[in-house]
Ligand binder design. Structure first.
Ligand SMILES: [Cu+2]
Length: 289
């Protein structure tokens, strides 16, 4: 009776683990997506920056196999123990309570695994944090309850608000809850330094395909960077719970070829530059008054 219970338990364990493995591997073969989440997606979007390439490699080809190997090893060990030392097969249990060799092994091997994981992990963390000194462009993203404001301090202080499109404004190619009226526009193949802050509560500027996720904190200026070679539209969202309309502050980044970017810049200078900052920023007006 006990054995059959054990059997059912081990079958369940195998079933749960194999379902988890299939669920985690299948998105690796998902169709091409650039900067857009896909239906039933479970892991990363396609990488658009060198940092995200590293992060994807680290997860898919390093952490995931290590995790899989450990999970399989522990599962097999459990199954082995359940059969080998069941009450039926092993009626007189051993009274062993210490085994120096095994204790050293189960301490040293996990330490080696953790050190091996930490080396690429620290390298990736460092490249994310170290802003290249020769950044080609600086943009500033400010989080407001509940939209983003973008500023180009190097280009006549261009400033504009970026609000999500309402459902009736959605045209062909626009995505509900991801498309905005004024997207952030940057040139392709250039290092973009992003300064991130907030005017009210903590927000978070996150674009998954860039491997970028940085808190926007009132009174602080955080920095991150990205370099996207492939022109296209990339999406992200505020990733810090910031209030009732937290899910309505998407991020849309247009990466343009240099020529197209220059054209946009000229247009933006006409439209957005040197405007009265307070007029543009209703939130600040409210705070000041
Ligand atoms: Cu937010």
């Amino acid at each position: 009776m006990k054995l059959s219970k054990n059997l059912i338990f081990s079958y369940k364990l195998i079933l749960v683990q194999s379902t988890m493995v299939i669920a985690m591997i299948s998105p690796l073969f998902a169709a091409e997506n650039i900067g857009v989440p896909q239906d039933y997606q479970m892991i990363f979007q396609d990488a658009a920056t060198p940092n995200m390439v590293d992060i994807t490699w680290f997860h898919n080809l390093f952490l995931f196999p290590v995790m899989l190997a450990i999970a399989l090893f522990v599962t097999l060990l459990l199954i082995y123990v359940m059969f080998k030392f069941s009450a039926k097969k092993n009626p007189k249990p051993s009274k062993t309570s210490h085994n120096s060799l095994i204790e050293v092994l189960w301490t040293v091997i996990p330490v080696i695994i953790l050190v091996a994981i930490s080396i690429p992990s620290f390298r990736i963390l460092y490249t994310q944090q170290a802003i290249p000194v020769d950044a080609d462009l600086t943009v500033k993203a400010t989080g407001y309850q509940w939209y983003w404001g973008y500023e180009y301090p190097d280009n006549d202080a261009i400033y504009f608000d970026s609000l999500p499109l309402e459902e009736e404004e959605l045209t062909e190619g626009k995505i509900r809850l991801l498309s905005v009226d004024n997207p952030l526009v940057v040139p392709a193949g250039k290092v973009v330094r992003v300064q991130i802050t907030s005017s009210d509560v903590i927000h978070n500027w996150a674009v998954p395909s860039f491997g970028v996720k940085m808190d926007a904190i009132p009174g602080r200026l955080n920095e991150t960077w990205f370099k996207v070679d492939k022109p296209g539209v990339y999406y992200g969202m505020c990733s810090e719970l910031c209030g009732v309309r937290h899910s309505f502050m998407p991020i849309e980044v247009h990466v343009l070829e240099q020529n197209d970017y220059n054209n946009w810049l000229n247009m933006a200078k006409d439209q957005f530059a040197n405007n009265n900052y307070f007029q543009n920023n209703k939130q600040l007006v409210r705070l000041v008054n």
